[in-house]
Design a protein around this ligand. Sequence first.
Ligand SMILES: [Zn+2]
Length: 260
Amino acid sequence: MAPIEDAALRSLLADLRAIPSGREEKTNELENLIDYLEIAAVAAGEKPSHLQGQGRRSRGFMHAIERVAGVHGLLVMRTPPVPTYYHRAPHYDPRFFEWERQRDRESCAREGHVLWIYRDRNLESAIRAAVEGEADVAEVLGYPPCCVRENSELGIRLAEARVRGYQSQYGATDVEDFIRLATQDARVEITRTDWPEFRHVFPYVQFSPCSHCAESSSSPAAEVNWAMKRLATRLSPAFQRAIDKAAKAALEVREAKRRR
Ligand SMILES: [Zn+2]
């Protein structure tokens, strides 16, 4: 694929930054800026794809991004949201696990669409596999497999802690009990250590780094972070400063919450 001139990338970035943000978006300043940076990284060939709209994001914002990406010659594809990826089966009744996966797939299908932005048509089958829950998103999004895998593991441990809670706190013994409690959204006491925590150490990436990556400035996650920061600086020092400022503001919000 032909390399893209910095001028074209700057024009893409300017159009993205000109998208008017609604009330909802203002609270996610850092996330929005990293969305723009990721899309520029896709255009620059530094990232295979960008996923927009996973989790609660506004529809209007997603449509505006879709339009800008299309105008700048990027490929776009709408799919249902990406279901949770399990790198292994959890240690409990596989029938309950299958029920949970089915419920997850159905809720994803109800949720509407997410938007994939990419440059290479050959990526489409890998994107579809991730959307089917058959493959993790590491490869399609260019995230380090170690981080994606650890987050999957933490999610599975949380699911296992919940099932243990059904057993110890509600006396559940079989798959029917688990399904009934899950359907009722029964509250389970889960210790702090069983809750996965997002590690906010790399402001230029949107994934949570694994414990190994978080502690090293030369880890795979750190490398992605530096590469993204370099791209931001190259395209626009003012944009890079805006990211730093938004990251600082987000950190202050988190620390204020922790003190409360
Ligand atoms: Zn990692």
